[in-house]
Ligand binder design. Structure first.
Ligand code: MV4
Length: 645
């Protein structure tokens, strides 16, 4: 076995690979870009080498830099993870030439599967079913139009060099073919530097079912059953499970045999995945991924095998064990992304201010609280993998785990994942690849926060000890003069909630939207344990300056306590010193020295916690000092504007 392993990757997969290597007594070597100096995968490694700047081209895709690190570390082998250089035949070859074992298939197998058109031809010769269509070399437009008519409509035009939906066009009628072909060729040329396309009959409601295969150097090639990855958004998987719901053992066996035939046809060694689309009991080869995939843990859970351990053993020349007879139980994985599903799944960049990943399920992550999500890398925060003796049990476990997941600072898809898990069609099993596109309502953001989040935020404010020095308490001690009751205004994006609170016994009576509620509970640094009218719930809580965030059921509800912004009716003298209640950046200055203002006039807008906070005059008067400018960073409590008579 190898004594040392360099992991040419980052994030959760680098951490995952190193965990197994460490357990096998192998020294682990990480590489990192400037953006990842303090990343979890670097902290976990025995040794780590800087390989360049943040953009992948300058680091994780730089073959020379990675091989230099491997040579200085004396690495015996390199694991490429997924993405980056994992399916780069040139890299696999360069490793071998440097005398370092590439933990993956031979470069020739990567190349054979890299071109979709020639892979289809190869599969056909190997007796693997492919979607009927044209995948030849002739690319003349008039010729392709004739082939299209022979295939029939609707049909799909796909980029030969592609994958992942780029350069793909759906054509419903012969009259639309020429324009769609030009579009697909143009997109393929710019994305892959290769305009070649293939044509396929279009399946209207297919499922994405893939088979995990494994081959060793001694002629054994086994199938480790299927994964259903039909729930996808923009050709990115969101939920993956094993086994696929409703697949009969005979179909599982047939798909496994086809996948093994596919792998054998290219002389495969190591872990790989053969992707099929399946419809009405038929299945067709789509492509083969010549790497360990993101969703490999669900296969590990139903087979009891550590696929990374077997990758390392196979790469070191060991023989595979016989394949297990059948999958055991059920496993489902959810990918937690920093993204905004309601805004076309745009990645949500920023700092992860709070991160609580759940207990009770397997968690794979490379992110820690305080880390930044940047535009340079994939915004996946974690994978949650739930298992159970049957599908319903695994689904319930994943649902509970997602509901307990807390992320603040970046938006996530956690609420969308929960909505999918709770959807009847998904629970019934066997949704097709169009599921998410047909259910845009699953992406909708509620306009207002749920009542219990508002009440929890109110409780967090009310239960704060008065002697606490945080900005919740007034610096001038005005709170001492307050009546026992408090009126609170909690602002939430567009919405605003007004509450009247009266202490009673060990709790509070609170009026919200004309209804009275009894609140009791306890507050810790990161949570509120709250009893609302006798119903107990635990929510995550985060306080920063004049803000409180309530984390519950996959969402983060941020509130701004408005009654602190407009200061109490101090009779003139006390006011006039306007400060930001939290650290932030001055977005706009709305007044100039000498301006006359009245109490309530907006003077400065501060940007903090991704929200805008408007500071208003707390008295009538004239602006005597302006101590800030747009764009400046400001700290909490420092006077920005002075107002006097
Ligand atoms: C298809 C198809 C229907 N019919 N091919 C999407 C990206 C690429 N991997 C292949 N894709 C598809 N190919 C035929 N002949 C439907 C899709 C497809 C899809 C496939 C798997 C998972 C999600 C998908 C979402 C939309 C379309």
């Amino acid at each position: 076995m190898f004594r040392s392993l360099l992991v040419a990757n980052r994030g959760e997969i680098a951490c995952r690979v190193m965990r197994t290597a460490r357990g096998m007594g192998i020294r682990t070597i990480a590489v990192y870009s400037d953006a990842d100096r303090d990343a979890r995968h670097v902290a976990l490694a025995d040794e780590a080498f800087r390989i360049g700047e943040a953009p992948p081209r300058a680091s994780y895709l730089d073959i020379d830099a990675i091989l230099r690190a491997a040579r200085s570390a004396g690495a015996d082998a390199i694991h490429p993870g997924y993405g980056f250089l994992s399916e780069n035949a040139t890299f696999a070859q360069a490793c071998e030439q440097a005398g370092i074992v590439f933990v993956g298939p031979p470069a020739s197998a990567i190349r054979a599967m890299g071109d979709k058109a020639s892979a289809k031809a190869l599969m056909q010769r190997a007796g693997v079913a492919v979607v009927p269509g044209y995948h030849g070399a002739e690319q003349d437009a008039a010729f392709l139009a004739r082939e299209a008519s022979a295939v029939g409509f609707p049909l799909l035009i796909k980029a030969s060099a592609g994958g992942g939906g780029k350069g793909m066009r759906l054509v419903r009628a012969a009259g639309d073919f020429a324009a769609a072909l030009a579009g697909a060729q143009g997109e393929a040329a710019s994305a892959f530097g290769d305009a070649r396309v293939l044509l396929e009959r279009y399946l209207e409601k297919p499922r994405h079912i893939e088979i995990q295969v494994f081959a060793d150097m001694h002629g054994r090639c086994i199938s480790l059953f299927e994964r259903d990855c039909s729930v996808q958004r923009r050709h990115q998987k969101v939920l993956e499970e094993a086994p696929a719901p409703g697949i009969a053992p005979a179909m599982r066996a047939a798909m496994g045999e086809a996948a093994v035939a596919a792998a054998r046809a290219v002389g495969y060694v190591g872990a790989g995945t053969v992707e099929f689309i399946a419809e009405d009991g038929a299945f067709f080869f789509m492509e083969m991924n010549t790497r360990l995939q993101v969703e490999h843990p669900v296969t590990e859970e139903v087979t009891g095998l550590d696929l990374v351990a077997w990758q390392l053993r196979v790469a070191a020349g060991e023989s595979l064990p016989p394949a297990p007879a059948a999958p055991r139980g059920h496993a489902i994985e959810a990918r937690l992304y920093a993204e905004n599903p309601a805004n076309d799944y745009l990645p949500s960049v920023g700092r992860v201010r709070h991160l609580r990943l759940p207990d009770g399920v397997r968690v794979e992550t490379g992110v820690r609280a305080g880390d930044a999500v940047t535009a340079d890398y994939d915004p996946m925060l974690a994978k949650l993998i739930a298992t159970g003796e049957d599908r319903a049990t695994a689904l319930r476990s994943l649902e509970a785990a997602l509901a307990a997941t807390e992320v603040a600072g970046v938006r996530t898809n956690a609420a969308l994942l929960l909505a999918i898990l709770r959807h009847e069609a998904f629970r019934d099993g066997g949704v097709d690849t169009g599921f998410l596109a047909r259910h845009p309502e699953l992406l909708a953001e509620p306009a207002a926060p749920p009542q219990e989040a508002v009440l929890a935020a109110a409780f967090a404010v009310l239960a704060e000890p008065v002697e606490d020095a945080s900005p919740w308490s007034a610096r001038d001690g005005w709170r001492l003069n307050l009546p026992a009751g408090r009126d609170l205004v909690l602002r939430h994006a567009e919405a605003e909630s007004r509450l009247e609170a009266e202490p009673e016994g060990d709790g509070w009576n609170v009026r919200l939207d004309g209804e009275a509620h009894r609140l009791r509970g306890t507050l810790t640094d990161e949570a509120v344990s709250l009893d609302i009218d006798g119903r107990r719930l635990r929510v995550g809580m985060l306080r920063e300056g004049g803000r409180v965030a309530i984390l519950r059921d996959g969402r983060c509800h941020e509130f701004e306590l408005a009654d602190r912004l407009a200061a109490p009716d101090a009779a003139g003298e006390a006011g006039g010193h306007i400060a930001s209640p939290i650290p932030g950046r001055v977005a706009r200055v709305l007044v100039a020295e000498g301006d006359v203002v009245v109490r309530g006039t907006p003077v400065v807008v501060v940007e903090a916690m991704k929200m805008e906070l408007t500071l208003v005059a707390d008295r009538d008067g004239t602006i005597t000092h302006l101590r800030c400018a747009a764009g400046e960073m400001v700290t909490e409590g420092v006077e920005l504007v002075a107002i006097a008579d």
